[in-house]
Design a binder for this molecule. Sequence first.
Ligand SMILES: [Zn+2]
Length: 477
Amino acid sequence: MTAGNSNLPMVWDLIEAKKQTFAELADRVWETPETCYMEVQSAAQHREMLQAQGFRVTENVAGIPTAMIGEAGEGGPVIAFLGEYDALAGLSQTAGTVSHDPITPNANGHGCGHNLLGSASLLAATAIKDWLEQTGTAGRVRYYGCPAEEGGAAKAFMVRSGAFDDVDIAISWHPSNFAGVQRETSLANCRIDFTFTGRAAHAAAVPELGRSALDAVELMSVGVNYMREHMPQDCRIHYAVLDSGGISPNVVQAHAKVRYVVRSPELQGLITLIERVKKVAEGAALMTETKVESTILAGVSNLVVNTPLMDAMQDIWESMGPPAFDAEDLAFAEQIRSTLTPQDIAASWAQERLEEQDIPLADFVLPPHKEVRQMGGSTDVGDVSWVVPTVQAYGPTLAIGTQLHTWQVVAQGKSPLAHKGMVSAAKAMAATGLAALQSEQLREAAWADLKKRLKGHAYVSPIPEGAEPPIAAMTLK
Ligand SMILES: [Zn+2]
């Protein structure tokens, strides 16, 4: 069994020896929150750490300046650890606080905990590297520095570039309320910009000569809203107006632009729904006598889970247990909890189908639930999971009830409890990586499971041919 592996204590000791160095890396990334493809300083921090730890570094992966791969070891299987370091706009927040208190109003903040995510994955990769060196074992370990998880689909571009072609097993994690194994699939999604072009005119003197692009955007929203009643209920559509045509009501708006995000449980359903949204856009253009152009910016595939790897990681978590939080961690988590609503707290327990308990931090490991569930969000880990057997952990870095993409996540992002949660995730990931490295049987079972789940479907990139990473477009956000 994986959990009885006699090499485990050694790998965990290697993590313990370097945990402070990597907590400091997570803190530095927290201090320079950068969004979607703009992670210049955060990527530099990761690159420097890879070099300091003795990895061979490849930069500019898939033509993305903030994407990188660090590799160590020779021969043998290839184990990949996926890291992220992008932040979110508008979530600036002072560390360690228990009320909404931005450092700079409307500035960026690490509202999804990716400062911890990248650092723990790199820590796990480093522990495996150190273990390979000290034991003289054949095998390669890689750290994939993946930018733009939030809306940029960098991993889908990295997959398309062939960066994962020779990988045997991929491992990642996400900061969470709980400790355990992720057993959820995610939605496939696609980001599309619709640009309407009309004709300007004096809105009072000659309105009959004008054709409003803004009207077209509004009518498209109305059409999509009516369509919601007639689409599969597990699909999602959201939008943001990027250009409303100007600030002058007395000028008919000649240009307008709206960005849509369309989500569906599977790639095929996504493609069907995108075609319907495009028809609504064309209808809006027809009604307003404007023109519409659509551009797909990025897309991600649904997540494919892997039973043998989830079971191996479950064993490891059960032998390891949750992190040992101390009285100070509990007191801080209790204060954070006082800022949450009863609905926030109930939602966290309900997501895991658990009976609500009156505790601020997870003191248990998530039990394996029987069926694989669908989560509402999307992740570009989905694209990796179609081409490599992939498993992900949950690390307990947040007071129970904390919802992602809130100021409370940022407030907790540099706390001792977050550091403990990230170290426990690094241990679970490294131990799973070690199991996969040492067991050909586990690797074969993981590949057989992936083939079975794909039911003969080949991976088709959700990114249109010729589309480049939307690095420039993201500055519009
Ligand atoms: Zn996230």
